[in-house]
Ligand binder design. Sequence first.
Ligand code: 13P
Ligand code: SF4
Length: 328
Amino acid sequence: MAELPPGRTGTPIAVPKGGFPRDLEGAILELKRERNALVLAHYYQNDEVQDLADVVGDSLALAQAAQTSGDCEVIAFCGVLFMAETAKILNPEKKVVVPDLQAGCSLADGCPTEEFKAFVADHPGAAVLTYMNSHAEIKAMSDLICTSSNAVKMVREFEGQPLIFAPDRHLARWVAREAGRSDIIAWPGACIVHEQFSARGLAQLKIEHPDAEVLAHPECEEAVLAQADFIASTTGIIRRAVDSPSKTLIVATEDGVFHQIRRSAPEKTLLQAPGIDESCACNQCPYMRLNSLEKLYLCLLDLEPEVTVPEPVRLAALRPIERMLALS
Ligand code: 13P
Ligand code: SF4
């Protein structure tokens, strides 16, 4: 697994008195009913967490599920903090809990509020389009939010206008090319998981598997994306893997997506795109993987840790999120 930054560790599991129930899955389902809770999970969660969720999806689908979460009283968000914050922003009256509050994101953490404020001030007149993978305070400074599945469409909302795109520089470059813009002002952030794929290793693997199709997430570096046959969000990658005429697929994203591909297309051979460090399964997101069945059980039992967003930030971030959802 890729490493968490120094000083960040997952929250230790507080084993309940008497231990965990023997049938942990059954106990989670029961708590889910008792709490009137909706469990949302991203594709990068462990298989067993995905299997217990009411909705498994990419970041756009999960935001949409939060927006239409109906009369549930609790949302248990198995993903990372920026996703759970978005669910809270959309549902101020509901309790939003997460298995581990330490499940952040290198992209979001690499774009601190004060620095970003100064960056925006340095480009007067530029609109701000922000990737979902950002803190609520950054969303609150934005004109529109996007995810990897709708970024190109969202960029087109700003035709003829100077545009800041934050915080992923690789996604910014890809989106600029797709939307035919060469003037996008990119915040220089990156994802530790997607940046670790090796362009050289991928080229070698393609030689060994000439019939394989290469599927990549747009957070990957340019030299990796240049070798991809198909570039899309996690949902897009899963759909393409299932529908592709190729039997063998090389996948350059977090390997949590393999679970849903295997369920729908067990006959496919799935190969992970190689990482720069061959001794490390660095294509696993260390933040996403802090969540576990035990922690999901505890957060439904204790209804904490709870995600909160200060009301002025929530109101300011709600506007660009709702604008994105209306356009999606
Ligand atoms: P998706 O929107 O494609 O699910 O991506 C989220 C993410 O964090 C990718 O690293
Ligand atoms: Fe953030 Fe990268 Fe993990 Fe996605 S895979 S949550 S961008 S660190």
